[in-house]
Design a protein around this ligand. Structure first.
Ligand code: ADP
Ligand code: MG
Length: 255
């Protein structure tokens, strides 16, 4: 069974059909890329899945639960996570303290009557940090970390909630190629180790083709193609949308 099942999903803003009746599925343990030119409807799709925006049409089912009409917090409780930027107020806390805060928030969700002391969860926080390769920097303030390392901590924070589905809208924005690859390799490892489903957007086609298990392509709110990376790379409609006719991803990458 699919972890996520989206059917005929639609959203308009005034006269603009930002998302125009799209359908797709995402399996447990799958890294699914959502690509398309600017304004294609990617962020609108994400925000309907996480509950920030209410869909006009269609359905979004997670493990058989309908998400449309639920508040963002309920959707989070059902297991839809996303990466948040570490807020400035938390940057002065250490790396491990940030993860402990996230664990406490998760415990509160599960047992609102039982809030363990932060110290109790330090080992669990360290275990999560080990998974993202940040345990050695656990006691440093987040404000001292390199950008790519902050992103790793944000991933550990998202994992504290044990999501079934993780949404990542442009996770590698602002990163150089090396950091980008490191973050995506790490994400892929989490997908494999935890059977996590991930839906992500990404501008770098190199990254998309290297890491995605499957790709869906939006253009002007419509789903124009879906398939394995090799199928998408050679798909005439996709190449036309990105480059007009006669150009290919290979030429773009080489340029
Ligand atoms: P993408 O993330 O693929 O770049 P978006 O989902 O952000 O695309 O936007 C899809 C379309 O919807 C665009 O035409 C955009 O201008 C429009 N849009 C998105 N959000 C809003 C909004 N809150 N109000 C009005 N129009 C919006
Ligand atoms: Mg966007």
């Amino acid at each position: 069974m699919s972890l996520l099942k989206v059917g005929n999903l639609g959203k308009s803003f005034g006269g603009v059909r930002a998302v125009d009746g799209i359908s797709f599925t995402l399996a447990k343990g799958e890294l699914l890329a959502l690509i398309g030119p600017n304004g294609a409807g990617k962020s609108t799709t994400f925000n309907m899945v996480n509950g920030q925006l209410k869909a006009d049409t269609g359905s979004i089912q997670l493990d058989g639960h309908e998400l449309i009409g639920r508040a963002p917090r309920d959707i989070w409780r059902l297991g839809v996570g996303r990466t948040f930027q570490i807020a400035e107020t938390f940057a002065s806390l250490t790396v491990v303290e940030n993860v402990q805060m996230a664990l406490l928030s998760h415990d509160h969700k599960l047992f609102s009557f039982w809030k363990p002391a932060a110290a109790h969860r330090r080992q669990d926080a360290l275990a999560l940090l080990a998974q993202v390769g940040m345990h050695e920097q656990a006691d440093r303030p987040c404000s001292e970390l390199a950008y790519g390392d902050v992103k790793r901590v944000e991933l550990a924070i998202a994992m504290a909630n044990e999501p079934k589905l993780l949404l990542m809208d442009e996770p590698t924005a602002g990163m150089g190629p090396t950091e980008r690859n490191a973050l995506m390799a790490l994400t892929k490892q989490l997908v494999i180790d935890r059977g996590l489903g991930v839906l992500f957007t990404e501008h770098s086609m190199d990254v998309v083709f290297a890491y995605a298990d499957r790709i869906i392509v939006l253009a002007r709110g419509r789903l124009i193609a879906q398939g394995k990376p090799a199928e998408i790379r050679d798909h005439p409609k996709v190449q036309e949308v990105y480059f007009g006719s006669g150009k290919t991803f290979e030429k773009e990458v080489a340029a």
